[in-house]
Design a binder for this molecule. Structure first.
Ligand code: ADP
Ligand code: ADP
Length: 237
């Protein structure tokens, strides 16, 4: 479970990007984060994984406050958060399997034949993940030989390989066609439910979000202006 309590961020420029944001995301739930450009969506995601230092408030993952950590403690806690990106952020010259295993490792080693150094159970788990995202047949292809939808599936498998307790998903379908976007959203919602994972998805495409997400949080000028079911959004607007 993820809990934000009074999360605020004022940049050094004086921009107040987040103002006392509080909400809880239970395991298995995927929350769609919506709002106009400049509303604070990226800042919110970055405060959770501490790429941005919050000015005030708490980010509780389970019962650990991520805002109070630094150094090695922070690195350990960051490993509990799986990230999925708009442009996939794969290592293009590596194979699908190598990309997934790099999620397990948390970095890409420079030495040769590094995949052989993994324990059999890690390799097995990676195969199971590739099976789950439908990429078993592509395991040994280079990432740059895949379509956008396939790349995003690798991104999802890689994030899961680190056995995260939270998924932060930034515009996962922004580079995909409508049909592939629906498949990816379906996969993400199913996986969160299966693994009882809380997730936040930053999503521009509100109709797509409404179709797949049970809860939307609307931000405007750094504040939560909507929190509820997609149907209620129409009534509120
Ligand atoms: P969104 O992702 O919803 O478009 P952002 O979180 O990027 O919103 O931005 C929220 C506000 O914070 C905006 O006013 C933006 O200009 C400001 N902002 C974002 N990043 C920075 C930064 N690094 N330094 C100063 N201001 C920033
Ligand atoms: P997007 O909305 O697509 O995430 P933005 O244009 O809001 O992208 O931001 C791009 C980058 O610029 C981000 O790293 C953001 O933190 C930074 N940024 C946004 N607004 C400001 C600002 N007012 N001052 C400094 N940096 C900013």
């Amino acid at each position: 479970m993820l809990t934000l309590k009074g999360l605020s961020k004022t940049y050094r420029t004086g921009d107040s990007a987040l103002n006392e944001v509080s909400f809880t995301v239970p395991g298995g739930q995927i929350v769609g984060l919506i709002g106009p450009s400049g509303a604070g969506k990226s800042t919110l995601i970055r405060c959770i994984n501490r790429l941005v230092e919050p000015t005030a408030g708490q980010v509780l993952l389970g019962n650990i406050d991520l805002t109070r950590l630094g150094g090695a403690g922070l690195r350990t806690q960051r490993r509990r958060i799986g990230m999925i990106f708009q442009e996939y952020a794969l290592v293009e010259r590596l194979t699908v399997m190598e990309n997934v295993l790099s999620g397990r490792l948390g970095y890409v080693p420079f030495w040769r034949s590094w995949t052989r150094r993994f324990p059999a159970e890690d390799i097995q788990r990676a195969w199971a993940l590739l099976d789950r995202v439908g990429l078993m047949a592509h395991a040994n292809k280079r990432a740059d030989a895949l379509s956008g939808g396939q790349r995003q599936r690798v991104g999802i498998a890689r994030a899961l390989a680190q056995e995260p307790e939270l998924l932060l998903i930034d515009e996962p379908t922004a580079s995909l066609d409508p049909r592939t976007s629906r498949q990816i959203m379906r996969l993400l919602t199913d996986i969160c439910a299966e693994r009882h994972l809380p997730a936040i998805v930053n999503i521009h495409d509100v109709p797509l979000a409404k179709q797949f997400v049970q809860r939307l949080i609307g931000l405007r000028a750094g504040q939560v202006v909507f929190d509820g079911a997609p149907q209620a959004l129409d009534e509120a607007m």
